[in-house]
Ligand binder design. Structure first.
Ligand code: PMT
Length: 219
């Protein structure tokens, strides 16, 4: 059955991984495929929302009927999200954003020279932290991709970034995390509740996430 419970809602989803350029031909990236974020955008659209999908480069086709904003770097993603944040009802940050970027972007291709090459990186803005600080009416949902101490790290991000819920995936598990078609997650809430969600497709999980958001809205 098709639900229409997001009619009249404005939803922003970020997806994919950012790319931080080193020189004209190289970048620092990560293994995000965009599948989780695109599934969320598709689910929100199917439930009647007005959806903006802000995405790093992926091989995926944006779902029909969503406003699509392609970006590359964390700085571009930040600009795109902030441009629509104040009028959004629900913001979900499934993107894998680079925490650091090269301090210098070489204007020419870096030439092969010594046996080692040292890169100096500087911190990127934490977009989600900033959204949490500027939060008004929005329901703000983050993801946490962890390889150790899943609940501890995810719980810390939930509170520190002022989120309503965080979706924690242990990305070392088979069938979970980067590039998988399924995910296995735990949902953490501000009141300390933790819900374990069994393995399911990212599209199915997207609907579970919107069901949980609706419960938060009703409270
Ligand atoms: O794209 P797929 O291949 O389908 O993979 C899905 C996924 C593993 C990428 C996704 O499920 C996921 O976990 N996304 C978040 C990945 C991540 O960067 O997690 P993090 O723990 O480093 O960041 C925590 C949260 O802060 C995330 O919501 C992230 O979008 C946000 N963040 C992080 C750093 C930064 N500079 N700005 C941010 O907004």
């Amino acid at each position: 059955v098709e639900k229409n419970d997001l009619v009249g809602r404005k939803v922003i989803v970020t997806a994919g991984g950012t790319r931080e350029p080193l020189d004209p031909v190289r970048y620092i990236g990560n293994r995000s495929s965009g599948k989780m974020g695109y599934a969320l955008a598709e689910a929100a659209k199917a439930r009647g929302a007005q959806v903006t999908l802000i995405s790093g480069p992926t091989k995926l086709k944006p779902p029909e009927g969503v406003a699509y904003v392609p970006v590359e770097t964390a700085a571009e993603m930040r600009q795109a999200v902030l441009a629509e944040y104040q009028v959004a009802d629900i913001v979900i940050k499934a993107a894998a954003v680079a925490d650091y970027k090269p301090q210098q972007v070489a204007l020419q291709k870096i030439k092969k020279a010594g046996d080692t090459l040292t890169l100096v990186l500087e911190k990127n803005p934490d977009i989600l932290l900033e959204l949490g600080q500027r939060k008004n009416q929005q329901i703000l949902i983050g993801f946490a991709a962890e390889t150790e101490s899943l609940l501890e790290h995810a719980g810390d991000k939930l509170m520190r970034k002022n989120l309503d819920m965080i979706v924690a995936n242990d990305v070392t598990q088979a069938g979970a995390g980067f590039n998988a078609d399924t995910n296995i997650v735990k949902l953490l809430y501000r009141d300390g509740r933790i819900e374990e969600i069994a393995q399911m497709t990212k599209r199915e999980l997207a609907d579970v996430i919107f069901d949980k958001i609706q419960q938060i809205v009703k409270k």
